[in-house]
Design a protein around this ligand. Structure first.
Ligand SMILES: [Cu+2]
Length: 594
């Protein structure tokens, strides 16, 4: 098969070059799809004759990145090979999940280059439109109206939302979801504090029909009073003293430059992309080596790949709360416009993102990624030399860093997802969680009444904050100084010295620790529970050595949240999120695994 393949490639490049020459300026191969490209994708899919069913609903459209070696040669070579621009599409039509690859190199003549039907388990993300429509279904449903009447509630007092229902062993052909409701009356904006506990609808989000209805039990509705989070409605300390206003002064202007999607700052250069599922995508992050005057790549691609949120309440209305926030709701779709000088400081620049609605039309999300230099008052490095003829010497380097931020609001939660770049060459990912708890109504008003496990904490009268986890997973394709990287576990092992002075031992036996250097040879060795033996996790390029012969590498430093899932291995939510049993999984590069 080798010769025909070469022939095909040759033709392909010739055609691609001719087309690309017509449109200028050329996008970076990793740039997200532009509104023009997204519109072209839609026309190609709608015109594709092999899928006749209507309607077609678009659940995901994103860049189908070129192969990594092609991207690298594109950016390295002076005479860059022109790469095709392609989209990957997941759409639903005729009750099936369709996957398309669409070439939009020439946006006036887009074409579907591949189409397949996904026949395995799993479904694409919800669209916003179907969530809104499914949330409305209960309004015309007589049993639901009766449930409200029994509780003395009017329809206008209630709002409902779509809750993904996890996977519990059954591979269902229908796209089903649960709908649960909240009391939206009472003057509070905090609907999540006032659930209509005990009532659950099972809906087909595609056909927009109610499949099952359950009104199991009535609970007291938590009070509206004291729940509102809006400024002016909240009481101290939630609306407490505002600190004196501060300003960021940058007399020489911003220290970074944004050229389309490329950000350059201090000794860093990287590409910032946007994806409707993953949100911010950082690519091609490189550090400048001043000695060699070289850009040395350390991260090919990084993004938050999933957020698994299982709740720990086995009750009928709660057991299925096992959300996959990225794969079910979309981090990019759920990213919200950032509020100037609150979500980010005055010295920030911001970027927009584009995704598609259910009809495949581009939607602009304004001001959803911001970039700013952080002057946190921290110290990057310091030393005071107190001895010697010129002492004292004090040297301090302030820690100014560059932050790329996105805020994702998935229902009640607000995730702030930061990428922070440091001049010492490190990259830090930080997730801050804010927003509102998902709350459960209970008849308890005081902890003294509780005799059983309520699966959470009584946080107010009639309100339980249910135990749960957020497992946030990052896909990091590290390219430390090139693509040939190894994963090293430096395990710390205790030792004893016998105290034999002839061989340099201490006069008395000592215990100490030393480091055992192990290269991971298999994928199994690339799985790490970081709460096990203390270890340094290193990513090195064995072909790149320092002057003294050490391998060039980066260290993965776990900080803060190092939890693993405590669910049973055969529990369905755990089987679905089996990766949460270990924190680090290292695998060889494979474009399809992301
Ligand atoms: Cu939470």
């Amino acid at each position: 098969m080798y010769p025909p393949l070469v022939l095909v490639l040759a033709i392909f490049f010739a055609v691609a070059t001719a087309i690309a020459a017509l449109s200028s300026p050329l996008p970076h191969p990793l740039d997200p799809l532009s509104p023009t490209e997204l519109t072209a994708v839609r026309s190609a899919v709608l015109a594709f004759s092999l899928v006749a069913s209507r309607p077609i609903s678009f659940h995901y459209v994103g860049l189908d990145e070129p192969e990594k070696p092609d991207v690298l040669s594109h950016t390295n070579a002076a005479a860059a090979a022109i790469l095709p621009r392609r989209a990957f599409v997941i759409a639903r039509a005729g009750g099936l999940s369709h996957e398309f690859y669409v070439d939009v190199t020439n946006t006036s003549a887009p074409r579907v280059v591949s189409h397949g039907i996904h026949d395995g388990p799993g479904f694409p993300m919800f669209t916003t439109e179907e969530q809104v429509a499914a949330g409305q279904l209960s309004r015309e449903y007589p049993p639901f109206r009766e449930s409200l009447q029994r509780r003395g509630l009017a329809l206008t007092n209630v709002g409902c939302g779509v809750f993904s229902m996890g996977w519990f062993g059954k591979n269902e052909a229908r796209r089903l979801a649960k709908v649960q409701c909240f009391i939206v009356a009472g003057g509070t904006a905090n609907y999540y504090a006032r659930p209509l506990e005990g009532v659950t609808l099972l809906v087909d989000v595609e056909k927009l029909v109610i499949v099952a209805y359950r009104d199991r039990a009535a609970y007291s509705v938590p009070k509206a009073e004291g729940t509102d989070y809006r400024a002016g409605k909240a009481r101290p300390p939630f609306n407490g003293a505002v600190p004196a206003p501060g300003v960021v002064v940058q007399p020489e202007g911003k220290g970074f430059h944004i050229d389309d999607h490329i950000v350059r700052w201090a000794n860093w250069e990287f590409h910032v992309g946007f994806d409707m599922r993953a949100g911010t995508v950082i690519s091609m992050a490189s550090v400048h080596d001043a000695d060699a005057d070289l850009w040395r790549r350390v991260l090919y691609r990084g993004f938050a790949s999933e957020i698994f949120v299982p709740y720990m309440d086995p009750e009928e209305e709660w057991y299925f709360h096992t959300f996959m926030d990225a794969g079910e709701y979309g981090l990019g779709v759920s990213a919200v416009p950032l509020q100037p000088e609150a979500d980010y400081p005055a010295n920030a620049a911001y970027m927009d993102g584009y995704y598609v609605d259910a009809d495949g039309k581009p939607v602009k999300s304004e001001n959803i990624i911001c970039v700013f230099e952080r002057y946190a008052g921290d110290i990057a490095w310091r030393h005071t030399g107190v001895a010697g003829p010129i002492a004292p010497i004090t040297e301090v380097r302030p820690d100014v860093t560059l932050v790329v931020r996105m805020v994702v609001t998935v229902g009640n939660y607000d995730y702030t997802l930061d990428w922070e770049f440091k001049t010492v060459g490190s990259i830090k990912t930080v997730v801050s969680l804010s927003g509102i708890l998902e709350m459960k109504a209970t008849n308890y008003t005081h902890v003294d009444q509780i005799r059983d496990d309520i699966h959470g904490t009584l946080i107010a009268e009639n309100t339980v904050g249910v135990y749960h986890d957020h497992f946030i997973t990052y896909h990091l394709d590290l390219d430390i100084d090139g693509t040939k990287n190894s994963f090293i576990k430096n395990t710390i092992i205790p030792k004893r010295n016998t105290g034999v002075r002839a061989t340099g031992g201490a006069p008395t036996p000592r215990s100490y620790w030393t480091v055992l250097y192990e290269v991971a040879e298999t994928e199994a060795e690339g799985q790490v529970n970081i709460n096990g033996a203390p270890a340094d996790l290193l990513f090195v390029n064995p072909s790149k050595k320092t002057k003294v012969g050490n391998e060039v590498g980066y260290r993965l430093i776990p900080a803060g949240a190092t939890a693993t899932s405590l669910l049973a291995n055969n529990d369905y939510p755990q089987r679905r999120a089996s990766y949460t049993k270990k924190q680090v999984w290292v695998t060889p590069y494979n474009k399809s695994e992301k």
